[in-house]
Design a protein around this ligand. Sequence first.
Ligand code: HEC
Ligand code: HEC
Ligand code: HEC
Ligand code: HEC
Length: 411
Amino acid sequence: MKAQYGQVLLVDNGGFFPEQEDYQDAAWFLMDAMKLLGTDAVGISEKELKYGRAFLLAQYKRTQLPLTCANLIDKQTKKPLVAPYLIVKKGTVMVGLFGLTSDKVDMGVSRDSVAVEDPVAVATRTVAELRKKGATVVVLLSQLGKVESEDLVTTVDGIDAVIVGRNTPLLQKGRLIKTTVACYGGEQGQYIGRTLLTLDAGKKMVSGDNETFILGPEVGEKPEVLTLVKSFEDSFNDKLRKKEKERAAQQELNRANGGTGNAEQAVDHYLGGDLCQRCHKAEYEQWNTTLHAQAWKTLVDAKKDANADCIPCHVVGYKKPGGFQTGDDAARLSNVQCENCHGMGTQHESYPTQARRITEATCRGCHTSSTSPNFDFALYSPHILHKPQGALKPLPPNPAKQKMLQGGAAH
Ligand code: HEC
Ligand code: HEC
Ligand code: HEC
Ligand code: HEC
């Protein structure tokens, strides 16, 4: 179309963020892709706000994608969340573009951070402003649905073309509504609509026409976009596969524990390291070489294994849900195990998150100034990391050992 017509504007009227919960990455990827395609203006629906205002704004800033929506107000700044309108010079023509989003749908998690103003009032004001600023052609990217979009362009004068969005049927031939050419491009990004406007010497529209085409294989690939898609899909698939594995692991953990397989229903609790070892052999074997795996024997040898002053730091989850309660639990829950550092097994799904990264604070719960006066995170950590970190530096003897053996260290 660019080759054929020269003065071509490429627009998307929004609603492209994915439905599926795990697909947040596809949201920013699509913004990158639209930017790469040189899209001139992009509208917004409530879908683009499903991950929150901050997510959208961060991606807006990062990609510099020309988002526009005239009636979407940021409650924090009291100003439009993104550009209320855009004026783009295409060839010799000044085109004004603006988006409208629906004031009749729930904004989900963004409900408290954005407000939606009345589309008709905003459109009237915006068209006047665009015309005043020299736009001779005005295009609306509408998320108001078929009926409301048609009503609006009938009520508000001066809109030359509207791209109708939100549950819109696909109409191969667009319609002329009063003097506005309407495009109905269907859903799922499988179509491209072409709106041709014929202008007079003053660059004002005299007639227009719209047609929608399916994007079949004959369209061909744009190499830059293909590269972007491939690299995104590879890493995205890996991520989804990993998530799927984690979800299955979580279900197995719950089942093995007599639960329902539904993580949300169970109260979080400790499970014991025997379970972990089934899937994390290498980590288990390394752990088994550390003194953490000897912590219970230390108490038994010292005949302190029934002493409540000593037990807490030498077992799993002392007196906590699912954790070590009495000596009967020693077979399964003695020693400093996986969950002492990684957290309750029922929270396995959240382990890969940043918030779960193991820090010095995790160690300091047990390695206190009285039990471990020489504790130095940088020096001690290599001894417990599951992957070899080169030659280990020997640790200094623990000056608190004798005191602990005499029973005075815990306090
Ligand atoms: C049924 C198998 C299974 C069991 C049982 C299991 N895990 Fe996992 N675990 C996984 C899978 C799968 C992953 C995802 C990482 C990957 O791609 O290998 C994972 C990830 C992890 C991670 C790393 C997360 C990251 O990416 O940083 C930790 C830590 C972990 N598990 C600890 C445990 C602990 C502790 C237990 C016992 C309470 C346990 N796991 C039980 C399968 C299991
Ligand atoms: C639940 C309590 C607990 C937590 C949490 C804990 N430790 Fe320990 N740690 C112990 C106990 C108890 C021993 C002594 C084991 C024994 O020999 O009986 C020990 C021993 C060690 C040793 C061996 C010391 C030596 O003299 O050889 C290292 C190294 C160590 N811990 C590092 C860490 C690091 C690093 C962390 C945090 C990532 C950590 N530990 C978290 C309780 C804990
Ligand atoms: C606040 C947590 C905590 C309590 C309570 C605690 N310990 Fe420890 N214990 C540790 C840590 C941590 C280490 C390892 C310190 C190091 O090596 O730096 C340790 C190490 C030891 C060691 C030395 C093990 C070795 O291999 O050299 C003995 C013995 C010991 N504790 C016995 C006891 C006894 C007995 C009690 C009760 C009087 C007790 N501990 C209470 C955390 C604790
Ligand atoms: C003393 C603390 C501690 C104990 C005990 C511990 N881990 Fe870890 N684990 C770590 C640290 C630290 C990391 C490095 C990643 C991080 O910082 O979260 C880690 C990482 C992992 C990973 C991710 C792969 C890797 O090597 O980075 C898995 C899986 C894992 N642990 C499983 C286990 C299992 C299973 C057990 C019990 C058999 C266990 N851990 C016991 C501290 C611990």
